[in-house]
Design a protein around this ligand. Structure first.
Ligand code: BG6
Length: 478
């Protein structure tokens, strides 16, 4: 009963802006993430509207998948990957997002990547937009606040769908689309930061702008999903949400109501629209209380109903507690903090580790939507120690993943239709929240450091052999 499907998609996940490097080669344009400096757990990563002399911009080289894709895909194949989640850099295809025709060299790069995957029977899982919209669109129309972004995105999607129609079957429209419901989503996801300079996580809070921009993303997503369904029936189109699992801190009804409110607006709003096809009833009151008016054009509501995704994907790293009492002790988390849970331990970055929360979350999502699910990000960001002999003993990561996979199995036993699992940063890459290299997730160690130095050599961690065994046994040997 508690066994994964025989066609379970085991693999790993990456994103161009944190992994690819080659930020200005072969005609690539500048994306939002190319304008982000490095930071650390204690020093915020910043966005600068022009490049500062002597400042490190980690996406520029990242861990250089651009020049190492053959080696990296061979390593993924050695682990037995069935799928590889990567994103296409929008600016490699349309450098400013606004060109009439695409950049052929950029398109050719992903042809090579997908052909390399094919060589090993690895199915690509492609995120179309992962935190790297063209910076030129920030300047032109304040990112997704401008309705014209829908058209630019549509053009980009049509080009990549047609080009890779025989190579890619699984697509996700926007990475963690619900980042836009949170303040920090303005900078990394919506690009509504024209002229802004400062901490990426500290962009001004403009709910009206954010939710209007998010509406444009909903329409864009629905449009391309509908188009793909009509033109490429072989495609499977998915959404992607950051799931910030929340528990009421106490059984005080005030805490229960507050948790429900936050769960709805942070975790459910976007997928209620992308899976069920309309703004949920609860959104109305939230918008009224915040004085938000969503400007819709004729046909938007119809489009939302028509562009429903085929499968639901999400990232899961941690859970938090919610209380109606604002004085409770806070903890950190993926984009969003919360109240400390006394029953859980946390990572070095303060993210609370909660494997059972994954079982709970999978059940909640499946009960609500009844479509196949996939965990497309999960993992432990940790400090790894490279030993003199080149080994890396990351038992803490193995423990984290073993417990999470065991809970995924429980969820399957509960009846959840789970398609696959792609742990985050299967090879070390730049952290999204801090811009660090020190926060590592991979099965493969990268000789690259926070000051930008390193040989870029790839080395297998202990978790590499462990995950290989997990895949070979379809999750039976943990
Ligand atoms: C998710 C993002 O939020 O979490 C990734 O989709 C990100 O881009 C990952 O890297 C882990 O977060 P961080 O901040 O530890 O890199």
């Amino acid at each position: 009963m508690n066994t994964f499907r025989t066609d379970f998609l085991w693999g790993g996940a990456t994103a161009a802006n944190q992994y690819e490097g080659g930020w200005d080669v072969d005609g690539k344009g500048v994306s939002i993430s190319d304008m982000c400096t490095n930071g650390s757990h204690t020093t915020p990563k910043r966005i600068t509207p022009t490049f500062e002399e002597g400042t490190l911009y980690p996406s520029h080289e990242a861990t250089d998948f651009y020049h190492h894709y053959e080696e990296d895909i061979a390593l993924f194949a050695e682990m037995g990957f069935k799928t590889f989640r990567l994103s296409i850099a929008w600016t490699r295809i349309f450098p400013t997002g606004m060109e009439e025709s695409p950049n052929e060299t950029g398109l050719a790069f992903y042809d090579k990547v997908f052909d390399e995957c094919k060589k090993y029977n690895i199915e690509p899982l492609v995120t179309i937009s992962h935190y790297e919209m063209p910076y030129a669109l920030v300047e032109k129309c304040n990112g997704w606040e401008g309705r014209e972004c829908i058209g630019y995105f549509e053009k980009y999607c049509k080009v990549i769908f047609e080009r890779y129609k025989d190579k890619v079957k699984y697509w996700l429209t926007f990475n963690e689309i619900n980042a836009g419901t949170m303040i920090m989503g303005a900078a990394i996801s919506l690009g509504t930061i024209k002229g802004y300079s400062g901490a990426v996580m500290g962009a001004p809070d403009e709910p009206q702008v954010r939710f209007q921009a998010l509406h444009h993303q909903f329409v864009a997503s629905a449009k391309v999903v509908k188009y793909a369904h009509e033109k490429y029936p072989q495609f499977k189109m998915g959404n992607m949400c950051l799931f910030a699992t929340m528990y009421p801190f106490t059984c005080n009804p005030d805490d229960i109501i507050e948790t429900q409110k936050q769960m709805r607006m942070v975790n459910w709003l976007c997928s209620d629209i992308q899976v069920r096809g309309e703004y949920p009833a609860y959104a109305k009151r939230f918008f009224e209380e915040k004085n938000i008016t969503i400007k819709m054009e004729q046909g938007d509501e119809e489009l939302l109903r028509e562009g429903l995704v085929d499968f639901y994907t999400f990232s899961y790293y941690m859970s938090n507690c919610v209380s109606a009492n604002p004085t409770k002790e806070q903890t950190e988390g993926n984009m969003l903090g919360g109240i400390k849970n006394p029953y859980l331990k946390a990572s070095d970055w303060g993210w609370q580790i909660d494997p059972k929360g994954l079982r709970y979350t999978l059940n909640e999502i499946y009960d609500r939507y009844r479509i196949p699910l996939m965990v497309v990000e999960n993992g432990l960001g940790a400090h790894d120690k490279l030993e003199e002999d080149g080994s890396i003993h990351d038992t803490y990561r193995i423990d984290y993943m073993r417990e999470h996979i065991a809970q995924m199995k429980e969820a399957v036993g509960d009846g959840v239709d789970l398609m696959g699992y792609t742990p985050w940063g299967c090879i070390d890459l730049v952290s999204a929240s801090t811009g660090e290299m020190a926060k590592r997730y991979g099965f493969i160690y990268l000789d690259k450091y926070d000051d930008g130095t390193g040989s870029l050599k790839r080395m297998r961690k202990d978790s590499f052999a462990w995950y290989k065994k997990v895949i070979a046994s379809n999750g039976e040997e943990l």
